[in-house]
Design a protein around this ligand. Structure first.
Ligand code: FES
Length: 56
């Protein structure tokens, strides 16, 4: 599913970025542009990042 419509970024893209070492929203914005335009995707993107990087 698309998380960030402004930049066409999906939840899979966010997990792939996390696999490549992205750990924060700031880094995610630098890598994929997520949250850098309208900002509407930020809460969802943060949740995906947190759920994915937390153990279990
Ligand atoms: Fe991500 Fe607009 S939907 S910045």
């Amino acid at each position: 599913m698309y998380v960030c419509l402004c930049h066409g970024v999906t939840d899979r893209d966010i997990r792939a970025a996390a696999d490549n070492g992205v750990t924060s929203m700031r880094q995610l914005g630098e890598e994929l542009g997520v949250g850098t335009q309208c900002g509407r995707c930020a809460p969802t993107a943060r949740e995906i990042l947190r759920d994915y990087s937390s153990p279990g």
